[in-house]
Design a protein around this ligand. Structure first.
Ligand code: SAH
Length: 380
């Protein structure tokens, strides 16, 4: 049986405004999926046809006018701004953005959504100021923009934030509606239970500010999770660090974020991995000093494979390399510290000490062609 969620007649005042904005749509549950799960939801057009909403594409439409207005207000859009919107859906936010901005560039994966969006925008007579890119936002090349304002599909939060903050396009701020837990992690500070590599990597290049919480009840269909709005502002000055090296370093440190760094870097697997990496860096001429001067191993001519095989020779290399790792940690009192409690300044300092000692975390030979890959691995 169909459960009509918000019949257009007999709406409360809040739902009336939804009715006005969404003049031609009402929402109801797919007969086979009455309620939760990853089912399909339908927006039903009054006259012809209907549009299915797919939860697996993150299709949860924000329908509360007051919240949409508030997001636009908090975004501090100037009349001359070009705003990038990721996942405009049927255009609830887009119409508001077009009232405030000079131009909106909307990136939407779903062609059916694009059709509805373009129709609604045309009905408002502002289609000249809307550019639609019908592509996956993670793959699309963004044109220049001043701001990002979006209720994004939550499934792409990490790589999308990485693409924005580490991307080539400069921008003033990104005001994003995110899953509440994800927003908490972005906002976390060293010592907070949610603090992890995501916050560390974003905070290197941007400041994140909490804007407001949004209840799941404000979306159609109602998702399982609550949301929060945050504003991300790229920092004016970014530390001078090789980003590939930084990402690989934070990945190594935060693989067990509550372990001491001493315990993390003592693990045989980690030692062997870093030994291999540092040898590669050495063979590229970037550092030759990966084994302490007291080490008598002659590793010249070893293949990568041999480096990771537990031959007596590599065992010896590994043990002196491990001593070297511990020496660096001890030299600045990091051995008993936990990454989840360290500031970015402390982490940058530790990475500099490792690199000075010829210890590297990223395969330097991959740096040149790994830009896109880096976006995705930054938070993986
Ligand atoms: N912003 C709208 C809709 C949010 S739902 C509102 O607030 O009402 C999220 C939208 O993102 C959906 O329209 C979905 O089709 C779109 N989407 C999902 N994955 C995407 C991707 N990888 N790139 C671009 N858009 C995507």
């Amino acid at each position: 049986m169909l459960r009509v969620l918000k019949p257009l007649s007999g709406l409360s005042p809040k739902q009336h405004s939804l009715g006005q904005l969404q003049s031609r749509y009402r929402y109801r549950c797919h007969p086979k999926n009455d309620g939760g799960g990853d089912g399909i939801w339908k927006t039903e057009e009054k006259k012809d046809g209907y549009l299915q909403l797919h939860k697996n594409k993150g299709q949860h439409l924000l329908t509360n006018q007051r919240i949409l207005d508030s997001i636009v207000r908090k975004s501090a859009i100037k009349p001359t701004d070009t705003v990038l919107e990721i996942g405009p859906g049927t255009g609830n936010l887009t119409l508001k953005l077009l009232e405030a901005a000079h131009r909106v560039v909307a990136v939407e994966l779903d062609k059916r959504m694009v059709e509805v969006l373009q129709k609604r925008v045309a009905e408002s007579g502002v289609q000249d100021r809307l550019t639609v890119i019908c592509k996956d936002a993670l793959k699309a090349e963004f044109p220049p923009f001043d701001l990002v304002v979006a209720n994004i599909p939550y499934g792409i939060s990490s790589p999308l934030v990485a693409k924005l903050v580490y991307g080539a396009r400069p921008f003033r701020s990104a005001t994003l509606l995110l899953q509440k837990e994800f927003a908490r992690r972005l906002l976390a500070k060293p010592g907070d239970s949610e603090f992890n590599r995501l916050a560390v990597n974003v905070n290197l290049v941007a400041d994140v500010e909490f804007v407001m919480d949004v209840s799941k009840r404000e979306f159609v269909p109602c998702p399982k999770v609550d949301s929060s709005v945050v504003t991300i502002r790229p920092k004016a000055e970014v530390p001078n660090v090789d980003l590939n090296e930084w990402w690989a370093f934070t990945k190594a440190c935060f693989c067990k974020k509550n372990k001491t760094l001493g315990a993390t870097f003592k693990q045989k697997k980690k030692v062997m991995e870093l030994l291999g990496m540092s040898k590669l860096a050495g063979s590229n001429g970037e550092s030759k000093d990966y084994i302490s001067s007291t080490d008598n191993d002659d590793d010249e001519g070893e293949s990568d494979e041999e480096e990771f095989s537990p031959s007596p020779c590599s065992e010896m290399g590994a043990s002196s390399f491990k001593e070297k790792l511990m020496g660096v940690l001890k030299s600045a009192d990091f051995e008993d510290k936990r990454p989840s409690k360290l500031s970015n300044e402390e982490l940058l300092h530790l990475l500099a000490l490792f690199n000075q000692a010829g210890i590297y975390f990223h395969d330097q030979s991959k740096s040149r062609n790994a830009e896109n890959e880096s976006f995705t691995v930054a938070y993986s």
